[in-house]
Write a protein that binds this ligand. Structure first.
Ligand code: CDP
Length: 212
């Protein structure tokens, strides 16, 4: 019997655990996974490398043209500087439009896929079989992000990381183009009090409920 197509959208704010959950869902359901944040991060990194101005939509759009193959192991993609820059370039409608096809094509694969980001359930895959909106309190997210930064051997302070998380939330939620918002038909998953395995189990349970 042919495998049923299963498209899963995972959205949420910075350091909510959406990436970990999306990866685990992809493994569990044997689906390909796309971390769409990497696309915006790659644009930000390209812009930064050619010394472009993030305040200029045309220069940000030029940076999209410089993004062909993305190396997910490129450590520079994961830095906080690039994350912040990504949040700025991703507010430009032209940048979002230029990255749309890649994401929609990935979502349209036979058999399905898992995509995580900010606008998967609302813009990229509004017809997804299951949609999760993963969140956690800003303090818990700042604590997680701080651990990741320290693990990379970089010095950071909780208060600064928390301030960054808050300003990124504000920008991602407040922009006109595809703002971060829970889709009407998405299931909310608050991971504030959940360990990694508990969060993954809760996510699988929510998806299973949507499938059945
Ligand atoms: O994991 P973290 O939230 O720090 O970063 P990310 O998911 O890699 O996304 C980096 C930035 O890209 C976010 O702050 C968003 O502004 C933007 N983004 C977006 O606008 N739409 C997406 N589908 C994914 C990311």
């Amino acid at each position: 019997m042919a495998k049923r197509s299963l498209l899963i959208a995972v959205d949420g704010p910075a350091a909510s655990g959406k990436g970990t959950i999306a990866k685990a869902l992809a493994r569990h359901y044997d689906l390909p996974h796309m971390d769409t944040g990497l696309l915006y991060r790659a644009v930000a990194l390209a812009l930064w490398r050619f010394g472009g101005d993030a305040g200029n939509e045309f220069e940000a759009l030029r940076a999209v043209e410089g993004v062909h193959q993305i190396d997910p192991d490129d450590e520079e993609l994961r830095t906080e500087t690039v994350g912040k820059l990504a949040s700025r370039v991703s507010a430009y409608p032209a940048v979002r439009a230029a990255l749309l096809d890649r994401q929609r094509l990935f979502a349209a694969q036979k058999g399905g896929a898992v995509l995580d980001g900010r606008d998967i359930g609302t813009v990229i895959a509004p017809d997804a079989t299951a949609k999760l909106f993963v969140t956690a309190s800003p303090e818990v997210r700042a604590e997680r992000r701080l651990k990741e930064i320290l693990a990379r051997g970089v010095t950071a302070h909780f208060e600064d990381v928390l301030a960054d998380i808050r300003s990124r939330d504000e920008r991602d939620k407040g922009r006109d183009a595809a703002p971060l918002v829970q889709a009407d038909d998405a299931d909310l998953l608050d991971t504030s009090d959940l360990g990694v395995e508990e969060a993954i189990a809760a996510a699988i349970a929510l998806v299973d409920k949507r499938i059945s």
